[in-house]
Design a protein around this ligand. Structure first.
Ligand code: GLV
Ligand code: MN
Ligand code: MN
Length: 403
């Protein structure tokens, strides 16, 4: 039997980012392929039958694939310079929970699967939950095939290089119809469980959230030879947008807006950029509030662009409305775990995508730093084992009797 932390330890060097710190593991890149091979080997060593679906998600089946399956898992990719736990903790905990159940002599009465979703963070192609959205049919496959990474490689080219046929990308209703319920274990991305003094909790909801790409178009020129009055510098409205985002979110209760990625082209110290791409991440408790924040930012972007003699184009890259997890399943699982607390999250998850189609729940494991998407993300070994034991109990409960 293995512990979650020993399994995580096996991944300690895979995708370690020597420049940013933490991990950079992105969908279908060399590191991701290594992680997928690792998972396939670990699942195979447990006698699980591993299949890759049409969208590059990995499914490891305990028993023959079939209807009313109980599915657990998460993702192995990361944000640039991310922590060790966001995603991998759910995958290794699922494997460790299978070990624990086997050691108890448990035999599932329903098919049970461990899934690894592809490119959950959208760190390479910009759209989060890429694999689960394609699976569920909430992302158009033609659009997905054309998504480009920062080097200009399309998703179609990337999946082909990873051994998949890009023509296969798209909804898989037959596979999804086998899933009776999905449970994702995840490190908590805040201090909710620290404040509640609990190692494990269940999720109640996810904020509405999305990504918008605003491209400011100006005139590329020389940093020394161009007088200020003669410039159409797209970095000026881009800077205004960053401030407008904070202002707009600050005026809506519970809203957040972030600019974590700003890309000037061509990107030279002594070059006035010709364009600047600004990626806006906006979130709020509801759809209307999220849209209000984005509308305010976009209005400010247009005004600032005009003032500099620039133009701006706006593209919604992804969007997901508020998720309220199935309250029956949530309460049932909290009860199985002896009344653990339920808490909301501002982070997006594949579970949020699946929740639109099937009964879905999440387990959170305490994060003493409360930090996530950064190297300081953490979970103590004892809490990780509490998570494995909670997941094993939940899986035994759900898969223990035929439905
Ligand atoms: C993913 O973790 C997100 O919330 O963006
Ligand atoms: Mn994340
Ligand atoms: Mn995650």
């Amino acid at each position: 039997m293995t512990s979650a932390t020993s399994l995580l330890g096996a991944l300690a060097d895979v995708g370690a980012d020597r420049v940013r710190g933490g991990y950079s593991r992105h969908g279908f890149d060399r590191v991701d392929v290594e992680l997928r091979e690792w998972f396939t080997a670990e699942a195979g060593a447990r006698g699980l039958g591993v299949e890759t679906d049409r969208n590059g998600n990995l499914w490891a089946w305990w028993g023959a694939p079939g209807p009313n399956a109980v599915v657990t898992g998460s993702h192995l990719d990361s944000v640039p310079g991310g922590g060790a736990f966001d995603g991998p903790l759910g995958v290794v905990s699922a494997l460790a929970a299978v070990d624990a159940l086997r050691a108890q002599g448990f035999r599932p009465a329903r098919p049970l699967a461990v899934v690894v979703f592809a490119e959950e963070e959208g760190g390479r192609f910009g759209v989060p939950c890429l694999g689960s959205r394609l699976l569920a049919g909430t992302l158009d496959a033609d659009r997905a095939r054309e998504l480009k990474d920062p080097d200009g490689t399309t998703l179609a080219e990337a999946v082909r290089a990873a051994g998949l046929d890009p023509r296969w990308l798209g909804p898989e209703p037959d596979l999804l119809s086998l899933v009776g319920c999905f449970v994702e274990l995840h490190v908590e991305q805040g201090r909710g469980l620290v404040d509640l003094d609990a190692p494990v909790g269940v999720a109640s909801s996810i904020l509405a959230h999305g990504r918008w790409r605003l491209t400011f178009h100006g005139e590329g020129n020389h940093a020394g030879a161009t007088p200020l009055a003669d410039r159409c510098d797209p970095m000026m409205p881009a800077a205004s947008l960053v401030l407008a985002a904070r202002r707009a979110a600050g005026s809506v209760p519970g809203a957040r807006a972030t600019v974590g990625r700003l890309v000037p082209t061509p990107g030279g110290t002594n070059v006035i950029p010709s364009t600047v791409d600004v990626w806006l991440d906006a979130r709020a408790p509801g759809d209307a509030d999220t849209r209000r924040v984005v509308d305010d930012v976009v209005a400010a972007a247009h005004e600032a662009a005009e003032a500099e003699g620039c133009t701006v184009t706006v593209r919604e890259e992804s969007y997901g409305d508020t998720v309220v997890f199935d309250s029956g399943l949530r309460d049932e699982l909290a009860g199985v775990l002896g009344g653990v607390p339920a808490l909301p999250t501002g982070a997006g998850h594949d579970a949020g995508v699946l929740a639109q189609r099937i009964p879905t729940a999440m387990l959170f494991v305490r994060n003493p730093t409360g930090v996530s998407h950064a190297p300081a993300e953490h979970a103590e070994a004892a809490d990780c084992e509490s998570g494995v034991s909670a997941l094993a109990r939940v899986l035994a409960h759900l898969a223990g009797s035929p439905c």
